[in-house]
Design a protein around this ligand. Structure first.
Ligand SMILES: [Zn+2]
Length: 633
């Protein structure tokens, strides 16, 4: 079903020129020790494949860029195809290529300090095994999370256990606010974000020159569920210093940068600088296309400037939790300066144009990455994309609205689609016009035009097919792996329909385990079927016995004006029912390990008052599908 590159796409890809530092390949290979055969990671109990790098063997170093891939992205995909255990510096190693992120091992006096244990416990365990096998087996005595994104903590159960952490055999260090951010990013928008992530990372696309080749930051995300062990040590300020198993670490807090809670740190005795995900070998996202709160480009740049001031004079090697390291003080300083300037340039130039009256689409069209950044692989858009980042900066300051009232209250896609089809003289006339544009290689216009027809009539197979072909060619030309994945996912779903609902409950269980009562109530409230709550005014009292003495012991959960509300620290004298239980049992119910009714029968939940009023709340909750349509109504 997938189509080859058209002549227009071939020409577009042939015209991509770049003159990039061949040392990127040297850096990505430097210090190689050993790899997992075929890069194949399986689940030890089920035998299920979690990761298999041999699927990407077609991206060989000597393989010419196929005409279905932007050649600059192909080069990045070659670099990201390296996998194995690598020495970074004396006492410092990384395992790369078995997850989208890297795990770093630092040798302490008695064991390993593990930085960022990947997304998948299986990938993390396989990486630890590889390190133990080739470097000598050591216990894991510390885990450091650089930031609150799941690809940096989700595999923690592969390198330590909750029991080891509880007993103090292993400590867990994270930036202040880590736990709240790690849990909250996945709460309110979780289902939508998860669905949209499939377009960003393309896990459902098969590996292939006309399908999945890379994710820019790394090859891709393993097929596994993430976990979480809460930190035992918070880093609260820049300059804070810890001695961890005999290894000196100096921290720099960088909140509101690539993640809301993030930190860089320096090992002065190793002269090694960890830049978390604040620097990678790609332009990063100021907002990912999966959706998130917009990041603060200005902060990001200022913290990189601070990193240069704090560590730039002394560091001899720089590593991060994606891609490969930089060696030598001159080289890493140049790298940091370029990264610093990249985020500031995108911020300043977007706002310069915004203040001249340019709107997001115009700014994205107008801005062109200067040659100073084009010249370096690590400042080009393999993951983030300038087109998207300019809009993110605009959105942060000025919102989605471009200021033109013609766009203030537009018709939704299906409605506007029907009217455009009429205007075009019917579906066939629209498609005929679109075919002409397709033949001229004007794929952005085809995508815009045919989208109207698909939303007006999603059963029109000719329209779906043409739209799929247009998105596919756009994907083949994209330098950003995330744009490519999104276009190719869209094409695939136009041909096959959205995925069957795989599992509405895929949220990582140990993340849910860490949710506060407030967060659980907020999550439930987003599911409220407001239309069923007309005339309902209700309060229920909650007592969490395992939170006795804290401000979270007492709660009121109620409905008012068709809206669910929760209030901490009080009980209502007019509550219809009182519920007494533990937070742990409440989470069991939320995770569907037990039902509310069974928990009442077992005596784990004690009710007094009108139990039926709870059904008014919990019986009117919506459910979410992980397969909602995106490229059709
Ligand atoms: Zn990451």
């Amino acid at each position: 079903m997938r189509k080859p590159a058209t002549q227009h796409t071939k020409r577009a890809n042939e015209s991509v020129t770049f003159d990039l530092d061949p040392d990127d390949f040297t850096r990505a290979d430097r210090g190689f020790i050993a790899s997992i055969p075929e890069g194949h990671v399986t689940h030890p109990e089920t035998g299920r494949t979690v990761w298999n790098m041999s699927n990407y063997a077609f991206i060989a170093d000597d393989a010419a860029s196929p005409d279905t891939v932007n050649p600059s992205l192909w080069r990045q995909a070659q670099l990201n195809s390296r996998h194995g255990l690598f020495e970074v510096a004396p006492k410092c190693w990384q395992v790369r290529g078995y997850d989208i992120s890297n795990v770093t091992f630092i040798e302490g006096d008695s064991g390993w300090l593990v930085i960022d244990p990947l997304t998948s416990a299986q990938s993390a365990r396989a990486s630890l095994d590889l390190a133990n096998e080739h470097l000598g087996a050591r216990p894991v005595v510390a885990v450091i999370y650089t930031h609150s994104h799941a690809d940096h903590f989700g595999g923690v159960h592969g390198v330590t256990t909750q029991a080891d952490v509880d007993s103090g055999r292993c400590i867990v260090i994270a930036p202040e606010g880590f736990l709240h951010e790690a849990v909250s990013e996945n709460i309110i928008a979780g289902p939508a974000m998860l669905r949209r992530s499939a377009y960003q990372f393309g896990p459902l696309l098969p590996p292939g020159a006309d399908a999945h080749i890379d994710a820019g930051l790394g090859k891709g995300v393993p097929h596994d569920v993430s976990g979480l062990i809460a930190p035992t040590h918070d880093i609260t300020h820049t300059g804070q210093e810890l001695m961890v198993d005999g290894v000196r670490v100096v921290f720099q807090l960088t909140p509101e940068t690539e993640a809301p809670a993030e930190m860089n740190f320096y090992f002065p005795d190793l002269k090694a600088l960890c830049m978390a995900e604040n620097c990678s070998h790609t332009m990063h996202n100021l907002v990912p296309i999966r959706g998130a709160l917009v990041r603060n480009a200005l902060n990001w740049s200022k913290y990189l400037n601070e990193s240069i001031q704090l560590f730039g004079a002394d560091a001899e090697v720089l590593f991060a939790s994606h891609n490969w390291p930089r060696w030598g003080n001159d080289d890493l300083r140049e790298f940091l300066v370029l990264q610093r300037d990249l985020y500031k340039w995108m911020h300043d130039q977007t706002m310069r144009l915004a203040n001249k009256g340019y709107t997001p689409l115009e700014i994205a069209e107008e801005l062109e990455l200067p040659e100073e950044f084009q010249r370096h692989e690590h400042t080009r858009g393999f993951y983030g994309d300038l087109v998207h980042n300019a809009k993110a900066v605009y959105q942060r300051y000025l919102s989605w609205y471009d200021g033109n009232p013609a766009n203030l209250h537009k018709l939704p896609p299906a409605e506007v689609g029907k009217r455009y089809v009429v205007l075009a003289g019917g579906a066939e006339a629209l498609l005929s016009h679109a075919q002409q544009a397709f033949d001229q290689g004007d794929y952005r216009w085809v995508a815009e035009l045919v989208n109207h027809l698909v939303f007006a009539d999603p059963t029109n197979e000719a329209a779906r097919s043409m739209q799929a072909r247009a998105l596919e060619q756009l994907g083949y030309q994209a330098e950003s792996a995330t744009f490519r994945n999104a276009y190719l996912m869209g094409a695939m779903e136009l041909r096959q329909g959205p995925p069957a609902n795989p599992n509405p409950n895929v949220r990582a269980r140990s993340l849910v385990r860490e949710m506060t009562v407030d967060q659980v109530f907020d999550t439930i409230a987003v599911r409220t079927m407001s239309e069923k709550l007309g005339g309902v005014s209700l309060a229920t009292n909650w007592t969490f016995t395992d939170l006795a003495g804290t401000s979270d012991e007492q709660w009121v959960l109620g409905v008012s004006n068709r809206t669910m509300y929760s209030t901490r620290g009080i009980h209502s004298p007019t509550a219809a029912v009182s519920v007494t239980l533990t937070r742990a049992k409440f989470l069991d119910i939320v995770l569907q390990d037990t039902t509310f009714v069974d928990a009442v029968k077992a005596g784990d939940v004690v009710l007094s008052g009108d139990a039926a009023s709870l059904i008014t709340i919990f019986g009117n909750l919506d459910t979410f599908s992980m397969g909602f349509p995106i490229v059709e109504p």
